[in-house]
Design a protein around this ligand. Structure first.
Ligand SMILES: Nc1ncnc2c1ncn2[C@@H]1O[C@H](COP(=O)(O)OP(=O)(O)O)[C@@H](O)[C@H]1O
Ligand SMILES: [Mg+2]
Length: 369
């Protein structure tokens, strides 16, 4: 149920109703020319300067001597394979963890980002990859975390409610019920609220760690509209995604990380997708995708044939199949072992498979280990 229209307040973040186009927030997700002959525009002042940042977790060097600049008002993509160090950089900039070595400057000032409040004080807000909201609280309570507006220790709840409602309206989320428990919302709604909460604090620098991994279609357009509005307001955005189309549609420049190391920082218009993919993977495309060798075959002759497959009782399992079938039964608690069909017919309540997000590869590992 949409909230009744209300007068916008300045609290509605830097994305106000005028800056964000009305729904459907259409953003063209067509990739622009990958290379441009246009002269390189002059870069604005530096919002974030990372200098020789290293972060070590035990034996893992998550970020290895990384230096790069993010300029004011740009949308800057951070690209890299899983484990490249992107989220670690986001956590360092958010004040969740401290660098082992190295320093940040934010808007020209040396910034000790030793706690989230310190990052907030520099205008940095984050929508994290592992959503950070509390499942047992309502949308409203989550939006007010970690520090709600207070007066003499009391939350001025009515005012807070109005501010949050108007903020959600202004960023195109009028249908979100402030009183809904977070646990009852879909993952994509929770992701949007995580983003909305970061915007509620009026960031000068917004960090978005893989926001689109749980969004699709219209919601990605929604995010594109938000980013366009933020850009018009001069907000600096760091955007992490594995989807090149979004990166090209939303971002101006890109930094590539590989195995924790800085590989390149480029204007997106100056670099082709193949080059980016090469930098991310650390090899030429030909190495990643070697030409397939022709498979010798005799035309018309089947390579595998199966006849008369059926679900069978344990008494019918041939000697060689018993151990596999019984392991499947033990781990899956199936009423009876099946051969072949068991791989498709998943038990509805097997241990460790709490949701459909558990992939079949996990299931296979569990079933056969
Ligand atoms: N808290 C941690 N403890 C130990 N290792 C970690 C921790 N956080 C990240 N790492 C490791 O650091 C590397 C970089 O991780 P991360 O920054 O999450 O990569 P990305 O976000 O690019 O996928 C990975 O090898 C990861 O396993
Ligand atoms: Mg990550």
């Amino acid at each position: 149920m949409p909230r009744p229209a209300s007068r916008p307040l300045p609290i509605a973040g830097r994305v106000d109703a005028r800056a964000v186009p009305p729904e459907p927030f259409a953003v063209t997700l067509t990739a622009p020319d990958q290379r441009s002959d246009a002269p390189t525009p002059a870069l604005s002042p530096i919002a974030v300067a990372a200098r020789s940042i290293r972060k070590v977790f035990g034996a893992t060097i998550a970020v290895n001597d990384v230096s790069f600049d993010i300029h004011v008002g740009e949308t800057h993509a951070l690209l890299g394979e899983n484990g490249a160090g992107k989220s670690t950089l986001v956590k360092l900039l958010s004040g969740l963890i401290l660098p082992t070595i190295g320093s940040f400057r934010v808007f020209g000032e040396a910034a000790l980002l030793h706690k989230p409040r310190a990052a907030h004080a520099h205008g940095i807000q984050t929508a994290f990859q592992e959503l950070t909201m509390v499942r047992d609280l309502t949308v409203l309570d989550n939006m007010l975390l970690p520090y709600p507006p207070t007066r003499f220790g009391q939350i001025r709840r009515t005012q807070a409610r109005r501010m949050v409602g108007e903020h959600l309206d202004a960023i195109g989320l009028p249908d979100i019920d402030l009183d809904a428990d977070l646990r009852d919302l879909d993952l994509n709604e929770r992701q949007k609220i995580e983003i909305a909460r970061a915007l509620f604090r009026r960031p000068k620098i917004l960090l978005l760690d893989e926001p689109t991994s749980t969004l699709s279609g219209r919601d990605i357009d929604w995010l594109g509209g938000l980013i366009a509005g933020l850009k018009r307001d001069g907000v600096t955005v760091v955007f992490i995604s594995h989807r090149m189309r979004e990166v090209r549609a939303f971002c101006d420049r890109v930094t590539v990380l590989r195995n924790g190391k800085h590989i390149a920082t480029e204007r997106l218009a100056d670099v082709a997708d193949e080059d980016l993919i090469g930098m991310i993977a650390g090899k030429e495309l030909g190495q990643s995708f070697p030409p397939k060798l022709p498979i010798p075959s005799i035309a018309g002759e089947p390579v595998l044939a199966a006849k008369g497959l059926a679900t069978i009782s344990s008494a019918d399992v041939p000697a060689g199949a018993v151990s596999i079938a019984s392991k499947l039964r033990t781990s899956m608690k199936t009423p009876r072992p099946c051969v072949w069909n068991s791989c498709k017919a998943r038990p509805s309540r097997s241990p460790g498979l709490s949701s459909s997000r558990s992939g079949s590869s996990k299931w296979m590992r569990q079933g056969t280990s």
